[in-house]
Design a binder for this molecule. Structure first.
Ligand code: M6R
Length: 614
């Protein structure tokens, strides 16, 4: 993971770099550092903890350099210490480097360099790469291209993933970036050019962004730049306007981004839905799928690939798409799909879902699917992200930046888009116009229903207070509410550090019921269908064993007093929107549960918003 940013321009680098790091902090926040080219030396500052710690130190030191690189770290190799914090400096002081990714063969490379007498000061793979560049530089004949040549010689020796920015002491007007597996983008501004992990790092400072492809090098020299392959051939530089890539994000009156993003959901969903229904009101119209109608009509199966919350949204999609379109759907952990030798007979469509569009496991799954000749579509929130660029077509979520590490509004919009996809595919097949119309009406009514549920946030806060001492919780639901149970458990554990598990409700008696005692609350999602009687029976099994039950249930379902200690009611709704509604109280529950423990819900320990390593 990690975020990197580099600055080369006419102005002072310091402010742009610190500002860029703050915007990249979602990629990791274990430690942060910066290095400036000061003519005859590099000045550096590195601090553990958040970027604000670094910012205080940098402000005091105050550099007027116009060339620098910076990094915010999510630790992979080596503990969270100052010496493992980037930038890393080569043993001879000639190079500084920031790196996002993992150099898998760093051990043999380190051994080789140690054999040449090079000493190391950190446990990181990144310091090895920095020294490898220094090694090749020292071995190369003097020339104008010596710095570029050293980078070009070092990188092919590395296995794994990297996005790097590197400076050479002998070149006070050159900044080099390179990528393989980890994203990198060049920002072009009036006064300065940038290299960064993503365009948010230079929003407001650069006008155009040029995304690098794997195996490419960006060479920024003075006010010029060029993109080449590692072998030295010129590569095409396609630029995109930066203002269409990312937006400013204000916290407003909310005390965390997670809270803000939960309450933004009515508006976010309106944006997801806007203009995406056919004129006859019986189907959806997803622009990104245009041109693929014949393939979609003729599909044998859909394979979703995603991670974490996005995968749970896909699992909701699995139930909805099979129900609406009668197309077989599989949902794969992206990291597993990539290494499985799954038989791809027939006409399969791979749909990758990722809020950030930069999750490495998901991107690699897409690349694997493309190698197998499969059609790939992407559902992502970030315009211009790697996923958007690498898939054959796709749909944007349009929910605005999601900053909180815990994904909330992204889940709702992903599940909503899966329902819209199911509707479109269903109408291409057997779904009647009348059933299609009912789904369209349900989806159009979703933002208001979401607003209605969120108005009852206080009741959820009180329930969170009641259950806040629990260290183990079970989340249970059937059918499309099973993935909601998984999502509720994930949300709770990632921000509150309490242990939580999600199960299909009927699985309870196949093992988890052994955990039931008064200190292990069970949160049941009750369906609005005939299955609800079975779920209520499962609740009674818990009560019979002195467990505590909180039921999240639609208004129309009667729940006997003895079956639940507490009930949170959801409005009457069509089955396609019920999973999204049922998830809202779980988001709020996790949020309050964690806040009651005094935790930072936006930046939970050990996590990062965007997971760009395997
Ligand atoms: O950006 P993505 O949607 O690809 O992210 C996938 C997961 O890393 C993400 O959903 C993660 O599980 C969240 N922290 C969950 O809240």
């Amino acid at each position: 993971m990690c975020g990197i940013v580099g600055y080369l321009g006419n102005g002072i680098a310091q402010e742009s770099l610190i500002d860029g790091l703050k915007r990249l902090e979602y990629r990791g926040y274990d430690s942060a550092g910066v290095a400036f080219h000061e003519g005859n030396k590099f000045s550096m500052a590195r601090e553990t903890g958040r970027v604000k710690n670094l910012a205080e130190v940098v402000q005091k030191k105050s550099s007027s350099s116009s060339l620098g690189i910076a990094h915010t770290r999510w630790a992979t190799h080596g503990a969270v210490t100052v010496s493992n914090t980037h930038p890393h400096r080569s043993h001879d002081g000639k190079f500084v480097l920031v790196h996002n990714g993992v150099i898998e063969n760093f051990s043999p490379l380190k051994k080789f360099l140690k054999g040449k007498g090079i000493q190391f000061t950190s446990e990181t793979d990144s310091e090895v790469l920095c020294n490898l560049i220094a090694f090749h530089y020292a071995e190369s004949p003097k020339s104008e291209e010596r710095f570029v040549d050293a980078v070009r010689l070092a990188l092919p020796q590395c296995r794994g993933a990297y996005g790097i920015a590197v400076l050479c002491l002998d070149k006070s007007d050159v900044l080099i970036g390179a990528r393989r597996g980890s994203p990198l983008v060049v920002g072009l501004g009036d006064d300065a050019n940038f290299i960064a992990s993503d365009a948010s790092a230079f929003v407001g400072r650069a006008k155009e962004a040029v995304f690098l492809n794997d195996g490419e090098l960006a060479i920024l020299r003075g006010r010029d730049f060029r993109i080449t392959t590692l072998e030295g051939q010129e590569a095409q530089a396609v630029s995109h306007p930066v203002d269409q890539i990312s937006e400013e994000v204000e916290l407003g009156d909310f005390d965390s981004y997670m809270e803000k993003e939960i309450f933004e959901q009515p508006t976010a969903l309106k944006n997801t839905l806007r203009g995406r229904f056919g004129d006859d009101g019986t189907t959806s119209k997803l622009g990104g799928l245009e041109g693929h109608e014949d393939e979609l009509r003729d599909l044998d199966r859909i394979i979703f690939v995603a991670c974490g919350t996005a995968r749970h949204a896909c699992m909701v999609g699995e139930y909805l798409i099979e129900r609406l379109a009668r197309v077989p759907v599989e949902v794969e952990h992206a990291s597993e799909f990539r290494y499985r030798n799954s038989p791809n007979a027939g006409k399969s469509l791979v749909i990758a879902v990722s809020q950030s569009g930069e999750t490495l496991d998901t991107l690699e799954a897409v690349r694997e699917a493309k190698t197998k000749g499969l059609l790939t579509l992407g559902i992502t929130n970030v315009v211009g992200s790697s996923l958007a660029r690498e898939t054959d077509g796709g749909v944007y979520q349009r929910v605005g930046p999601e900053i909180g590490v815990a994904s909330t509004k992204a889940f709702s919009s992903q599940a909503c888009l899966c329902a819209m996809l199911g509707l479109a595919l269903g109408r291409m097949r057997d779904l009647s116009p009348m059933d299609g119309q009912a789904v369209v009406e349900a989806l159009n009514g979703l933002p208001d229903l979401v607003a209605h549920v969120l108005q009852q946030a206080e009741q959820i806060r009180e329930l969170a207070v009641k259950y806040s001492k629990a260290e183990h919780l079970l989340f249970l639901g059937r059918q499309s509410l099973y993935p909601v149970a998984l999502e509720g458990a994930l949300k709770l554990k990632e921000i509150s550090y309490a242990h939580a598990e999600g199960y299909p409700a009927a699985e309870l008696k196949h093992g988890p019921i052994a955990l039931i005692n008064p200190d292990c609350p069970c949160i049941f999602m009750v369906e609005g269908t005939e299955l609800s009687a079975k779920t209520i029976a499962n609740m009674q099994e818990v009560k019979a064993r002195k467990g505590q039950v909180l039921a999240i249930a639609p208004e129309e379902i009667e729940i006997p007093d003895e079956a639940a200690d507490d009930i949170f009611r959801l409005p009457v709704a069509h089955e396609v929107v019920r999973p999204i509604l049922a998830n809202l109280p779980l988001q709020l529950f996790a949020y309050h549960f964690a806040r009651l423990r005094g935790l930072d819900v936006d930046k939970p320990r050990n996590l990062a918003k965007s997971v760009t390593v395997e």
